[in-house]
Design a protein around this ligand. Structure first.
Ligand code: SF4
Length: 353
């Protein structure tokens, strides 16, 4: 079952500070993989053939329920439990440990700011593209798309009703144009499909926007709706895309090495063809982050907010952060962006040097 709440949660936690986003982020967000002190780029890793079989229902496979920390519950004398990881959780840690703590560990969870307009646009776009495939083939028309956008629309975060209405028309046009370039009779093998895989250290779960079967080859498609047009480098370096590909391969027991970013507003498609070696490096990268998370989560369990592992990572993107009201260091980075700032055109910045 799909719900706006599910989609919203998935998007909000990917809302800024990196390139692996669902298009709802400020467009100039830097890649977190370049942030000092957060380098988890792995040069080698476990070969994919050594990955454990797919796990789609963890508790049925004899591993315990997830705890708030991401580790499964364990009992004395038992092996170290698997860490339940998602791409959002891994990247959330890299983006800002303080925000990670507020988002995943603090209880009660600090209240996040209200939804921004670009998030509303992203959710509506994703939902329309999801529901499109539920239409009968004969109904996959511009009129059908217009109705999907109308019913998917979320009127939150806009400056005023006029701005919301203008953007609804704009999204309707973008989605219609994007779908013109799609074979509307070739039903994807998965829509918002949950996939997972495990290693000896972790269980990774994720949800793929669209999984295509193209002439027998599985292709991971991730929609982008933000202002920034993704590049081939984004597709190549994306940790989530690589983990989705591995999860799809494990879930469907078929090879899956091609990943694509589809920028809906422009129809731009960028792709990367992974190899076993490049996917193995991404697994190693994820495991490196999980190793840090285990330590941090465990310390939080002992010390709570007194732990020093959750320092804020102030950056210009604090002006977009959903939790900045609880973070003096981030609030000091500048005035908060308006609810609709993510809809405005990207301003070119000149290097003054
Ligand atoms: S405001 Fe900045 S430093 Fe503070 S939690 Fe958010 S991203 Fe981290």
């Amino acid at each position: 079952m799909h719900s706006n709440t599910q989609q919203y949660a998935a998007i909000r936690c990917e809302a800024y500070g990196r390139t692996e986003i669902r298009g709802k982020s400020p467009p100039t967000a830097p890649s977190t993989h370049t942030r000092p002190g957060n380098c988890h780029t792995a040069t080698s890793g476990p070969t994919l053939s050594r990955l454990a079989p797919t796990v789609s229902g963890m508790t049925r496979h004899g591993v315990g329920p997830e705890t708030a920390s991401g580790e499964q519950a364990s009992f004395r004398g038992m092996p170290t439990p698997l860490y339940l990881a998602s791409p959002s959780r891994l990247l959330g840690w890299l983006d800002c440990p303080r925000r990670y703590r507020m988002q995943y560990l603090d209880r009660p969870r600090p209240e996040a700011r209200a939804q921004r307009a670009h998030t509303s646009v992203g959710i509506a776009t994703h939902n329309a593209l999801r529901d499109f495939w539920d239409l009968p083939v004969a109904g996959r028309t511009p009129a059908g798309v217009a109705e999907l956008v109308r019913t998917s629309w979320i009127d939150a975060g806009f400056r005023d009703p006029e701005q919301s209405s203008a953007w609804r028309i704009r999204v309707r046009g973008a989605v219609t144009d994007y779908l013109r370039g799609i074979d509307r009779e070739r039903q994807p093998i998965g829509i918002e499909r949950s996939v997972s895989f495990r290693t000896d250290e972790m269980v990774v779960t994720g949800r793929i926007d669209r999984l295509d079967d193209r002439d027998g080859h599985l292709v991971v498609v991730d929609y982008k709706t933000g202002r920034s047009v993704p590049t081939a480098e984004d597709a190549r370096t994306s940790l989530p895309l690589a983990l989705y590909a591995i999860g799809a391969a494990r879930t469907f027991r078929r090879d899956c090495t091609r990943v694509e970013l589809h920028h809906v507003p422009t129809g731009t498609v960028v792709a990367h063809q992974h190899t076993d070696a490049s996917l193995s490096r991404k697994v190693a990268e994820a495991q490196s982050i999980v190793s840090d998370l285990r330590t941090a989560d465990a310390e939080f369990a002992r010390l709570g907010a007194a732990s020093s592992r959750f320092e804020p990572a102030p950056s210009p993107f604090c002006t977009w952060c959903d939790f900045r009201a609880h973070c003096p260091e981030g609030a000091a980075m500048g005035p908060e962006k308006s609810d609709w700032a993510g809809l405005e055109p990207v301003r070119e910045t000149r290097d003054s040097s």
